[in-house]
Design a protein around this ligand. Structure first.
Ligand code: MF3
Ligand code: CO
Ligand code: CO
Length: 263
């Protein structure tokens, strides 16, 4: 029987395009860093990223008009889990934590990555959450190699978050990515679910890992704008995301930033 994800395996040419798209997406997160400060509006960050993606990178911001999403990046502050919509009256303040999620399309291929930023001095609890969420991503990344089951990735991320008494959001998951933003058939859960099919990784698959970790309970709700996802109990949430390639013997982080240290 052929492997169930065989049709998602990328050619060498496609992988090269994914490398390019990944590098560009990563560069947006580095470019915007000095502007992610108290007093900045999330719309100003959106505008700056949009202009950079379009004018400097000659690329397309994938979120804009994706299923009706109105902006070019997602900005998710504090108890916002994901898909926060940039707004001119949403102003960053000291102590906030924010996730900026960038997806660019270059030459028909996607690079999808997000990271947390800390606004000035943040609480010890917020700092711990941000660090544990990043570690959850890298626990997943470290497991990527041919033969690893997607179940194992979810289970190990879940275990690590639980060890810190945090919870894992279940409604959103990592995804296959390539010429499409979200590929059908490849889902990377960030929690333990023994009932899902046991699919193993094979070389040439490209996908994201993007755990969302909450200080409180795992439950979320979507606001009336139909996009903004928040924790039901209003507890802080943090997320980090990379686009990855399963290689012949391990992993390549396609959205690794120049200044980023692997943990
Ligand atoms: N970038 C998000 C992800 O990681 C998806 C955002 S969809 C949007 O999959 F429409 F909100 F942009
Ligand atoms: Co993604
Ligand atoms: Co993303």
């Amino acid at each position: 029987m052929p492997h169930p994800l065989q049709h998602l395996v990328k050619t060498t040419t496609e992988i090269q395009k994914m490398r390019t798209a990944g590098k560009l997406a990563a560069s947006v997160l580095s470019m915007i860093e000095p502007y992610v400060i108290a007093g900045a509006s999330t719309e100003a960050l959106n505008q700056r990223c949009h202009d950079y993606i379009v004018n400097d990178l000659d690329a397309i911001p994938a979120p804009l008009n994706y299923r009706g999403f109105p902006k070019s990046i997602c900005t998710s502050i504090n108890h916002v889990v994901c898909h926060g919509i940039p707004k001119s009256d949403k102003i960053l303040k000291e102590g906030d934590i924010i996730n900026i999620d960038v997806t660019v399309i270059k030459d028909g291929y996607h690079g999808d990555t997000s990271r947390m930023y800390k606004i000035g001095n943040i609480s010890t609890q917020a700092n711990r959450l941000v660090n544990v969420a990043r570690k959850c991503l890298f626990i997943g990344i470290d497991l990527v190699k041919p033969g690893t089951s997607l179940k194992t990735i979810g289970r190990e991320i879940d275990n690590y978050a639980k060890k810190h008494h945090y919870s894992n959001v279940r409604e959103y998951c990592g995804h296959g990515i390539g010429s499409e933003f979200h590929e059908e058939g490849l889902q990377v859960l960030h929690y333990d679910d023994s009932s899902i099919a046991d699919i193993t990784l094979i070389p040439g698959l490209t996908f994201t890992i993007e755990p969302m970790i909450n200080i409180g309970k795992r439950f979320t709700k979507t606001l009336s704008d139909d996009w903004t996802v928040v924790t039901k109990d209003k507890s802080l949430s943090a997320q980090w995301e990379h686009t990855l390639l399963c290689t012949d013997d391990g992993v390549e982080i396609l959205t690794l930033r120049d200044d980023e240290k692997i943990i």
